[in-house]
Design a protein around this ligand. Structure first.
Ligand code: SF4
Ligand code: MG
Length: 335
């Protein structure tokens, strides 16, 4: 089947302090209809810039999409005019963010904001849009939706605001929902409720989801497939069960080891030493080598490419690469 979204060799650059650097550097992936794809990595790895690039919302300046293509339903979003892009945003592709307070308009009621989306994209008359807004609030599990529709964002709890945000996002039946840390700002109980809501909507509406998170627990719960991002690149891609059963990239392995256990949420078992490098100051060779317990000589000089590694799996690591001519270490040499 033709993919719903196909990102090809995307490169998004920023300009700061006289330096130009790529926050997203040669990223390629696909999302199929109805599929939930998790995009994981520590903060600063380029996840959010990737999602903003898809929606063409990278602040410019200082940012710009330097190259690549983003095929959505067969059309390259990077070649569309701004007016056409605005018709796609919030309509065919919708987005929910970590903190709905920043994306909901404080001077409009919940009902007005959802109705506005419907009037703009669907040309619904005011009355009809308002009635539909109440229905949508009901759909996302908000009690007393008629009352809530007349409330302003500041009159609601964080979890309620996130539900309003989701109602707005699904208002126009998007084909793709981009959710950037949708539950990070919420407490654990509300987080679970919002994830259940997203699962329920996905089942009912068939929406594909790009789920951006640093929380592998959320990914395990939600995703069909996982992309692991590090320092602007995808370093591993795999079906979710395979990734958890047998991570192939040392960075993925580190992320899994640092995952808090469900029954001991506060306890960190293991933390990957060091930090994600600034995209303006990347190490030579494999970008992960200063933090990698398996780093070999070749890792410090040559960057590994993302290559197929079995059924539906991809990895960028010299440990997993075919032994090259000239005596590069064999796959798994450091294990
Ligand atoms: Fe570690 Fe080398 Fe693999 Fe990079 S290429 S993750 S440094 S083993
Ligand atoms: Mg982010």
């Amino acid at each position: 089947a033709e993919p719903l979204l196909e990102v090809l060799d995307l490169r998004t650059e920023f300009h700061a302090g006289g330096v130009r650097f790529a926050a997203v550097d040669g990223v390629s992936f696909t999302i199929h209809r109805g599929e939930t794809v998790g995009l994981v990595g520590e903060s600063g790895s380029g996840k959010s810039v990737t999602s903003l690039s898809i929606l063409r919302l990278v602040p410019s300046p200082p940012g710009r999409i330097a190259s690549g293509s983003i095929l959505f339903e067969g059309r390259d979003l990077l070649r569309l005019g701004e007016a056409e892009m605005r018709r796609i945003r919030g309509n065919r592709i919708a987005m929910i963010f970590q903190e709905p307070m920043t994306s909901l308009n404080p001077v409009f009621t919940a009902g007005e904001q959802i109705a506005e989306t419907l009037r703009w994209h669907r040309r619904l008359p005011r009355r009809e849009a308002q009635a539909r807004a109440v229905e949508l609030l009901r759909l996302v599990g908000i009690p007393d939706p008629e009352v809530r529709a007349r409330q302003y964002p500041h009159q609601m709890s964080g979890g309620m605001r996130q539900r309003v945000m989701i109602a707005m996002a699904v208002a126009c039946d998007p084909q793709l929902l981009i959710a950037d840390e949708p539950t990070t700002a919420l407490d654990v109980t509300v987080q679970a409720q919002i994830l259940d809501l997203m699962k329920d909507l996905r089942r009912r509406l068939g929406t594909a989801i790009l789920l951006i998170t640093h929380d592998l627990g959320v990914v395990a719960d939600m995703a069909d497939r996982v992309l692991v991002m590090y320092a602007g690149r995808i370093v591993e891609a795999a079906p979710v069960d395979d990734l958890f059963a047998r991570p192939l990239h040392p960075y993925t392995e580190g992320l899994l080891a640092s995952m808090p256990q469900l029954h001991r949420r506060a306890q960190r078992l293991h933390v990957i030493p060091g930090q994600v490098p600034s995209p303006a100051r990347l190490p030579a060779g494999c970008r992960f080598h200063p933090r990698c317990p398996y780093a070999m000589d070749i890792c410090r000089h040559q960057e590994p490419a993302l290559k197929p590694a079995g059924e539906g799996r991809w990895v960028a690591c010299w440990l997993r690469d075919e032994p090259a001519a000239g005596g590069a270490p064999a796959a798994g040499a450091a294990r």
